[in-house]
Design a protein around this ligand. Sequence first.
Ligand code: ADP
Ligand code: MG
Length: 353
Amino acid sequence: MRKWLQHISNRTARRLTLLLAAAGVLLLGTAVWLTLSMEEEPATLTTFAMGSYVQQTVYGSQGEEAAQAASTAVTELENRISWRVEDSDIALLNQEAGKDFQEIGSQTWEILQTALQVCQQSGGAFDVTIAPLSWLWNFDENPHLPEADTIAAFLPQVNWENVLLGEDNTAALKTSSTALDLGAVGKGAACDAAVAVYQESGVDRAVVAVGGSIGLWGEKPFGDPWRVALRDPATDGSLGELALQGGFVSTSGSYEKQFEEDGTTYHHILDPDTGYPAQSGLVSVTVWSSSGVLSDALSTACFVLGLEDSLPLLEEFASGAVFVTEDNQVYVTENLQDAFSLTAQDYTLAGTL
Ligand code: ADP
Ligand code: MG
């Protein structure tokens, strides 16, 4: 009899435990669902600056104000660093090339400082004094193949060592034929400027995309990573994705701006050694870094350097990359191996570097 009673109570206890567990799971599920569904809709804003769309998605109660403030910050930055803007810091330095040190904004000074480090570490594959050549090729307004003699004559004018950074936010260009073009870092710098606003505004999290550069700020709920889609260089579709906890991502690709003349295709990333579009066997490089200026500068530098020569440079700046070669091979640096997944059918994941 006692045994029988014990049997019943054991069974009841088991049922009760099961029931409680099921209720627990249900409660937890409801809580998760409530948290997710109660989350505020993000503020989204698309504006135009630096020749690109500036796309923002900002979460948190201050989202809308922060997105507006970030958009203003990006335009202010453009007015500081674009050679096209008449009274920008860069236009001033170009105008006064070969003369005295000029006073420039601290933001411009810091961008130049980081960019010059990449110029140096890349052995000049990335060069902020590319302007005489980029103006000659004129990819933005009237792209055309320049005369070989003209390219040869302009080549010596490209030399980042002619940029002098003084103290107290001053800079100078050593010779009158030196000129700056920050086109290769502008969009990354814009992401930095937007993220600085998010930081100050105390928003929960945000993502900003300016052309081929992206800034990720804050953490997603439940430790989920941000998912950044990488473009298939051959189509408008997706190559794959990077699952990242944060940071900045920039892509440089030969497909971005190009023209054809006499059966040859020319693109806008120039090799400062030859004066012609870089031919390193790559069609695109995506770089992940701790800042937008770095990811943008490094993506251009790596595109010029090619796969193997890029590796020491990426290591120097604690960055990672996804390379796509002309023969549809995809290479990923070890630090992004777990983060990257390839989805496009026409490519082969060739290896880890
Ligand atoms: P995008 O501007 O399409 O995002 P990049 O970031 O790679 O692409 O920058 C390319 C731009 O940088 C060019 O349009 C030109 O203004 C400039 N540029 C071209 N070649 C170099 C180079 N070797 N070093 C520095 N800047 C470059
Ligand atoms: Mg770049």
